[in-house]
Design a protein around this ligand. Structure first.
Ligand code: AKG
Ligand code: FE2
Length: 218
């Protein structure tokens, strides 16, 4: 699990939030699986060109974001939604579908759009083996988490919570392998910054690239 700050800058967040405020929403149960449907009480933007323009901007921001790329290694986005919670809405404990629109879902993300003082409640709660984490992030910040995790959205008691949620099919399916590649990205960058493109750098970068190729699926 990872929090990635400033995926959108303040200017971009305001523009996307305003766009998200003025499009039509429909019952979120439309895209929920058999059991998740029982506990999903929210709305999501219907398929309009305005919604698609919002999602395209988010996709572009994620594709140019080095940390997101290094952590998620997206092959593509299986699905993206603009979601809206108003008072009384919540999404109870569930797991997301393993396959969406014919693609395996490896990682889920929530990109928060609303100001923290624009709603009460609405924390994203993610369970791991040891504890539950409650996340309520600043607009423009994103949490990336394994799609395998149980999670929920706490009831919104006041205001409005807007977010873009999405699912990534990763080139590298195994989280342990993704972590090794992420560490090697960080290390190669640090060695390059400190010593430049030395022979040792070339050898390390070659090893990283070869591991990536070995593990990449598709
Ligand atoms: O809105 C969120 O933070 C997560 C929503 C969610 O779990 C889902 O749409 O499957
Ligand atoms: Fe979910």
């Amino acid at each position: 699990m990872m929090i990635i700050g400033n995926v959108l800058d303040q200017h971009e967040v305001v523009a996307l939030r305003e766009a998200a405020e003025s499009i039509p929403y429909e019952d979120g149960r439309k895209t929920a699986g058999r059991y998740a449907r029982e506990v999903k009480h929210n709305t999501q933007a219907g398929a309009t060109t305005e919604r698609d323009a919002i999602l395209a901007k988010v996709k572009k921001a994620l594709n140019r974001h080095e940390v997101f790329q290094s952590a998620a290694r997206p092959r593509h986005f299986a699905r993206m939604l603009v979601s809206r919670y108003r008072p009384g809405m919540a999404y109870g404990t569930h797991v997301d579908d393993p396959i969406m629109k014919g693609s395996r879902t490896d990682l889920s993300f929530t990109l928060f759009l609303s100001e923290l003082d624009a709603y009460e409640g609405g924390g994203l709660v993610i369970e791991d083996a040891i504890e539950e984490r409650v996340l309520r992030l600043q607009p423009g910040d994103l949490v990336l988490y394994p799609t395998s995790a149980l999670h929920r959205v706490e009831p919104v008691s006041w205001g409005e919570r807007l977010a873009v949620v999405g699912w990534v099919t990763s080139w590298v399916r195994d989280p342990a392998q993704r972590e090794i590649l992420y560490d090697l990205d960080e290390t190669t960058r640090a060695i390059f910054d400190a010593y430049g493109k030395t022979e040792a750098f070339d050898r390390l970068f070659k090893a990283k690239s070869n591991l990536y190729r070995m593990w990449a699926e598709g």
